[in-house]
Design a protein around this ligand. Sequence first.
Ligand SMILES: [Zn+2]
Length: 357
Amino acid sequence: MPYLNTTAVESGVTSLAAAFPTADLIELPEPTFEGRTCHALRIGTHDGQPKPAVVLIGGVHAREWGSCEILLNFAADLLHAHAGGTGLAYGGTSFTSAQVRTILEKLDVVVFPLVNPDGRRYSQTVVPLWRPNRNPAQSGGNPAAVGVDINRNYDHLFDFRTAFHPLAPVRVSDDPADPDQVYQGPEPFSEPETRNVRRLLDHFVRTRWFVDVHSYSQKMLYVWGDDQNQSADPAMNFRNPLFDGKRGLKDDQLYAEFVEERDADDSAVLAERFCEALKGVRGKEYTPQPAFDLYPTCGTSDDYTYARHILSGQDEEKILAFTVEWGTDFHPPWAEMKKIVLDVDAGLVQFCLTALA
Ligand SMILES: [Zn+2]
């Protein structure tokens, strides 16, 4: 199988850290249910103090295999180009050596390619379309009820039965045996994988951008995921119980989620530039759009990450948060996946440059 297995992804991360002085290995604190320890990389020059950080994660959903390759290659490309003093070329999109140097000097680029190693192993060896982790705690012995959807386990509108309109097609479940594999877990951050991601955000206190790499649908999504965006009424927001039971419907007058206009604009620009650079590689059209336009969600990484500065009373840095949905199926033939890696990596390099602009 040309896709990397769990062990190969991990050794890719550790060997990059060993090979390049501009890459630090980060061991995540929480082992998975099957006892695997996860690692991330911090990429960037060392100048004694933390720089603004972009945190990129992947391998959250087990069956979305190529996300790990996308992030490992992204890390390797930046490190090789910086060490060699060269630029980067992805088909028709290219970057100069000065742009590469700017990214490594001005940013902490934090790359966590495999959040859910247990799930990836299970998907690659037993059930190819497996999505969640492998935690059996809520399964009651039913093999079909093993696993929690990590990207429903973050603390954002977790009590969806209270928060959402009864008719909202919110894509989440409180049933461990849910056939769509979107079981949210017993409580927010019940899973080690989710807590590892939170730990990265806590550790890199100057994180200002976050990207969660998923498949599929050729989109670059930004907040919010629970309802349509509005910038007119700050009181209409996810913390206000007046709007319980009203969220999650499309084109309705009941509710839309507040986002500051500047954040909505900045998010749209970052997503648009990502898609433009990606298209330059070989012409693939990705769509930049708010996550809700795909389908309503709760407990996702992007909404949680953006909401952190609101929940902290603005004590924490504001993080603009995104979800890439690459490709048109979970397991493209490897020859096509290699091209998708180049597409998305060109978009991610441009994302970093746009963030710095
Ligand atoms: Zn996914």
